[in-house]
Each structure stands twice: as structure tokens, then as C-alpha cells.
Design a protein around this ligand. Structure first.
Ligand code: AHM
Ligand code: MG
Length: 282
């Protein structure tokens, strides 16, 4: 049966990346080795979360595991973690060619109440592919090949508690989500408060995720290197868009490692609408 063939032909994340790698004759497998160490970190986070480690410890533990796994891969030269003030420069005997920037565990305020905090989807520039950890196998298996975000969605996702401090275009956009002028149905609001979970839902169901600038945080909250860039890259690879309020998010050039930026990302048409509102302001 076709279904059985699919169930028994397991596409692990390592097999997937080796397949991709074989398309580039000059590649030497460095990325595959790097990724298998990242995957180890992801498995650790999963097991620690399931054991019910408390939040504080889990952040620190996850960061330690990622840093050690990445250094020991022998494929990295600079590590920049959301958890560490300074970048880590790998000692020369273990140095490789990759620079890795990461947030070891996103949405940590959600840990203690068991709300979702982690997903792993992968893009190496040839679409977005979703892998699910099968705990009995201890392997990430390809479950969502070539994810494409719906062109338009009916969900908006934002922390509305900040509404009193928003700028004009954001206020107008959210108002339109609730009271559409063109006769279309109002959008639904969904906000987990873990960016990984909110963006994951946006990828699969469509819609828009916003973390705008506001009077209290003129640069927004989310960090360019670990939150804005990776999610913007995934969105574009899935056929959506990511906008900062001024420009395409991937055109940002950060000046410091922990820099923040406002972000609007999601379905192509929904992001077009917010872009138009910002353009009208100028
Ligand atoms: P954190 O680094 O404290 O975990 O903050 C990052 C998280 C994101 O996952 C999420 O999108 C955002 O903060 C939610 O912020 P807020 O609570 O202001 O809505
Ligand atoms: Mg984070």
C-alpha cells in the first residue's frame, strides 16, 4: 500500500539534509554535521520540557547544551545566543566556518503552564519543511514537506494589551481586522505569546503575526538575529512576507547582536495591507 510505503520509508532530518547536500558536489558535509548537533540540542529541550524542569533552569540548561553541542561539532567559529550578553568565539582547535545565532528556548514565560514553546521547521533556502520528533524513535521525521502559507488568512495575532501605545498604521490595521469595511468577515484573534508557536500556526493556517513598535518600545520587542530574521526567512520561503513597518525584514542590517525590530509577517495579501497603511503615512 502507498500509505504503508510512506509510513515505512522514514525521511529523517539527517537523511533529508544528506539528500539536499548531494545536489552540491562541492559540499563536504559540514552543514550536516552542524545540523545533527543542533538536532541534539532540540531533543534535549524536548526531554527536559517533558520532565517538567522549572523555567529558570530550563533556559540556562538549554543554552548550555546548545553551546556545547555546537562547539563540539568542530564546524562553528562564532556563536551568538539570545541568552548570552556577548558572542562566543570558538577556540582555534575546534573552529569551523559557521556562525550560528540562536534562541535556545523561545517563549519561556509559557513553560511553567505547559503551553507550547517549541517547533522545528527547517529551511535551507529550498522551501520550508516541517519535521516532528518521534519520541519512540528519537528521530525528527519529515511530516510537513514544502509548507506553503495560504495567500490570505483570517487570523490576526498580536498582544492587544499594548494597544494604547501603538502607532497609527498598526491601530488602523487591527481596527480593520475587527471591523472590516469591505463586507468581509472579521478576523479571529489568536495569541499564544510564544513566537515559535504563533508563527507556526500562521505558516500552517495563514493570517498575520504582529509585534509592532509602540511608545514604550520604539523598536518593538523581538530580536532581529534570533526572532525576526529566521521567521522572516521561513515566511518568504513559504510564499509569505515579512515587513518591519519600513522595509522588507530581511533587508535589515543590524548594528549590534541583540538589536530589536518591529515585525509584521504572514500571508502575502495580509502583509500587503499593512504595508499600504505604512506607505500612506509617509
Ligand atoms: P522571551 O525572550 O522573554 O521569551 O520573549 C520572547 C517572546 C516571543 O516568543 C513572543 O512572541 C513575545 O515574547 C511575546 O511578548 P509579549 O508577552 O510582550 O506579548
Ligand atoms: Mg525568544
Amino acid at each position: 500500500h502507498e500509505a504503508d510505503a510512506f509510513r515505512t520509508d522514514l525521511m529523517t532530518i539527517t537523511r533529508f539534509v544528506l539528500n539536499e547536500q548531494s545536489k552540491y558536489p562541492e559540499s563536504r558535509g559540514d552543514f550536516t554535521i552542524l545540523l545533527s548537533n543542533i538536532v541534539l540540542g532540540c531533543k534535549f529541550v524536548c526531554s527536559a520540557v517533558n520532565k517538567g524542569e522549572e523555567q529558570k533552569k530550563l533556559d540556562v540548561l538549554s543554552n548550555d547544551v546548545f553551546v556545547k553541542a555546537l562547539v563540539s561539532s568542530g564546524r562553528t567559529s562564532v556563536l551568538v545566543s539570545e541568552e548570552d550578553e556577548e558572542a562566543t568565539f570558538v577556540e582555534s582547535s575546534k573552529r569551523g566556518k559557521y556562525c550560528v545565532v540562536f534562541d535556545p528556548l523561545d517563549g519561556s514565560s509559557n513553560i511553567d503552564c505547559g503551553v507550547s514553546i517549541g517547533t522545528l521547521v527547517l529551511s535551507t533556502g529550498t522551501g520550508v519543511h516541517g519535521f516532528t520528533l518521534d519520541p519512540s524513535l528519537g528521530e525528527f521525521i519529515l511530516t510537513h514537506p514544502d509548507i506553503k502559507i495560504p495567500k490570505k488568512g483570517n487570523i490576526y495575532s498580536v498582544n492587544e494589551g499594548n494597544a494604547q501605545n501603538w502607532d497609527g498604521p498598526t491601530t488602523k490595521y487591527v481596527e480593520r481586522c475587527k471591523y472590516p469595511k469591505d463586507g468581509s468577515p472579521a478576523k479571529s484573534l489568536r495569541y499564544v505569546g510564544s513566537m515559535v508557536a504563533d508563527v507556526h500556526r500562521t505558516l500552517l493556517y495563514g493570517g498575520i503575526f504582529l509585534y509592532p513598535a509602540d511608545k514604550k518600545s520604539p523598536n518593538g520587542k523581538l530580536r532581529v538575529l534570533y526572532e525576526v530574521f529566521p521567521m522572516a526567512f521561513l515566511m518568504e520561503q513559504a510564499g509569505g512576507q515579512a515587513f518591519t513597518g519600513k522595509k522588507r525584514a530581511l533587508d535589515l542590517v543590524p548594528k549590534k547582536i541583540h538589536e530589536r525590530s518591529p515585525i509584521f509577517l504572514g500571508s502575502y495579501d495580509d502583509v500587503e495591507e499593512i504595508k499600504a497603511l505604512y506607505a500612506a503615512e509617509e
